[in-house]
Design a protein around this ligand. Structure first.
Ligand SMILES: NC(=O)CC[C@H](N)C(=O)O
Length: 195
């Protein structure tokens, strides 16, 4: 790791953090597993993985972790997938629950229904290259997004990959596929934020 390698953290309290670490390793990017708020210090960016947002919220109750994460997210690039996207959203439905509020979207949890709990689907994207293959697992749906939010990929007509400034969120799991374009984008956002 040289002086120009950014310091990336992956919130490692619960859920799919190991797959994100592996996706970053594919890109030659090391990461720090974040299990306590002190581990946020010195990071240039953070990934919040999928899992179960209610469990994540409970685990964030200790040591003022939630408040420290809010402060970090206001000042640094953050990429959330699925439960991570729910945590980033300004508004959460079904049911309403606390969130970091760093992304101006409304998300509805588990919005695709039981038959469709998990599905792999290909969708249109503005990322350079072919359509994106997207793995959805009990995914939330982005019901509305503020004017500052840019949609970068869609499932049918719903936004599934969105960016607002240095915040990126996916309702699917790019870490579980082979395509590294979404993680590459996040690393580019971290580099742009640092410069
Ligand atoms: N794969 C996921 O992260 C699912 C998210 C989960 N349904 C939640 O509400 O937190």
């Amino acid at each position: 790791m040289d002086a120009t390698t950014p310091s990336i953290g992956v919130l490692a309290l619960q859920g799919g953090y190991a797959a994100h670490a592996a996706a970053l390793a594919d890109l030659g990017q090391p990461c720090r597993e974040v299990r306590r708020p002190q581990a946020l210090d010195g990071l240039d960016g953070l990934i919040i993985p999928g899992g179960e947002s209610t469990v994540l919220l409970r685990l964030l109750e200790s040591e003022d972790f939630f408040a420290r994460l809010c402060t970090f997210a206001r000042q640094h690039p953050v990429f959330g997938t699925c439960a991570g996207a729910i945590l980033m959203a300004a508004r959460v439905l079904d049911p309403a629950q606390p969130s970091l509020g760093c992304l101006d979207v409304t998300v509805r949890r588990n919005a695709y229904g039981r038959q469709n709990d998990s599905v792999v689907q290909t969708g249109r994207t503005l990322l350079p290259g072919p359509d994106l293959e997207m793995v959805f697992i009990r995914a939330p749906r982005i019901e509305s997004a503020g004017a500052e939010v840019e949609t970068l990929a869609w499932r049918d007509t719903s936004p599934v990959l969105v960016r607002q400034g240095s915040h990126l969120a996916a309702t699917f799991h790019p870490e579980l596929g082979q395509d590294r374009r979404v993680h590459r984008l996040f690393l580019d956002m971290v580099a742009a934020h640092a410069s």
